[in-house]
Design a protein around this ligand. Structure first.
Ligand code: MG
Length: 393
């Protein structure tokens, strides 16, 4: 009864007029080297300030509410559903990268809203089937600018998304766009918040790609013991715990891998922060691992390249994806009138190849398969052969 009464009062209070002053301020005291929201260079299409949401909060909300972001849930990271249902998708990878980036940001008293928005955005330009789809599209567009997921991310948020009446794209803040531009052109050292997103991305994928590959049997503990990063975490876990089964052991090591890398970044970064106050310091990477962990990460990434990303089963899949993307691409460039109406403007101004690439990049892994089923009478049964290649080794 009391509970009901309390709920009623709380519910009613939602509709009371707001009496607090509606001005935005950053939620935590920021460090002197952090980028304050009030310093933003603004948006391409000027908009009035929001009464209680900061510029980067609005950017975050716009990214989360856009269609390209939702589609990440059905885009692969490294493995597709044929490999099981444990692995990360492009969306869950993004969420893990956001978590790590915000942890680093809060510990260093950086602008967490800026970090969150930039991290949510960072992989939004991926085509279906991840780097396999990207490589295929890039080859198909070799004579007209190629295809790059980082460039596509900017294209989406500056041009392709149509959600708002006053402007194309999402009209994001300059700092978020600059952060994404840094992923294409590394000439200018970005804000510390963007550096935090960059290292968090790599901590997230280095770790979860190992976890996902082990789950489906592509990697074993014995193989991983050849990498220093895994070996040190594994030894720490063995010292701390006894009688763990294989799965428990793996999860404990994966947890330790993230903890080790994040702690190392924080420790290595702290003494570098002072130099950020100088012009010379701003030209150097500040938020980054120690030399030792950076070397171990390079070793781990090379290991993943050889044993996971170029695993024979994965390579078979990549070749099949290239055929799928090419079939859909060829169909639409030979019959551009079949593309949805909104691509008409792109056909007129940038050509049919770019329009077809934008359309394909806008699809998910599942919708490309649906297209191939629809196109079967024209392109043949590209989906039906060689499913064995997806099985566990
Ligand atoms: Mg990423």
């Amino acid at each position: 009864m009391l509970k009901n009464k309390r709920n009623k009062i709380e519910l009613r209070s939602l509709f009371l007029p707001v009496h607090f002053p509606l001005t935005y301020c950053d939620p935590f005291p920021l460090a002197s080297y952090a980028f304050p929201t009030s310093a933003t260079a603004g948006r391409c299409y000027p908009e009035p300030l929001h009464p209680y949401r900061g510029a980067f909060q609005r950017d975050r909300d716009r990214i989360i509410h856009c269609a390209a972001f939702r589609r990440l849930s059905e885009k692969m990271q490294v493995f597709t559903t044929e490999f099981g249902n444990y692995h990360r998708t492009r969306l869950t990878h993004t969420m893990e990268a956001v978590c790590v980036a915000r942890t680093i940001g809060r510990a260093l008293k950086l602008n967490e809203d800026l970090i969150e928005a930039a991290a949510l955005l960072h992989d939004i330009g991926h085509s279906p089937f991840s780097h396999a789809g990207e490589t295929a599209l890039s080859q198909l567009l070799h004579d007209c600018g190629g295809f790059d997921h980082n460039v596509q991310a900017l294209r989406i948020v500056e041009k392709l998304e149509r959600r708002y009446t006053g402007f194309p794209g999402l009209n994001l803040s300059r700092e978020i766009l600059d952060g994404q531009t840094y992923k294409i052109d590394k000439m200018i050292m970005p804000l510390l918040e963007i550096q935090a997103v960059d290292i968090a991305d790599s901590i997230a994928y280095d770790t979860h790609d190992v976890d996902d590959a082990m789950e489906i049997g592509l990697l074993s503990t014995e193989q991983l013991m050849r990498t220093s990063l895994w070996k040190q975490s594994a030894l720490r876990v063995r010292q701390q715990w006894v009688n763990l089964n294989d799965t428990e052991f793996r999860r404990a090591v994966v947890h330790d891998l993230i903890e080790t890398q994040v702690s190392d970044v924080l420790q290595a970064t702290t003494p570098r922060l002072e130099r950020w106050q100088t012009a010379d310091g701003r030209r150097q990477q500040t938020i980054a691992p120690s030399t030792e962990i950076a070397e171990q990460k390079r070793e781990m990434e090379q290991f993943l390249l050889e044993h996971v990303y170029r695993h024979p089963n994965v390579m078979v899949f990549r070749r099949r994806v290239a055929d799928w993307i090419e079939a859909v691409f060829d169909y639409y460039i030979s019959q551009p009138e079949r593309l949805p109406e909104r691509y008409g403007m792109i056909i007129r101004h940038e050509g049919v190849k770019r329009a077809a690439a934008d359309y394909i990049a806008d699809q998910t892994d599942r919708s490309i398969r649906s297209e191939l089923l629809k196109l079967r009478p024209m392109v043949g049964n590209l989906l039906g052969e060689g499913r064995k290649c997806f099985c566990k080794p």
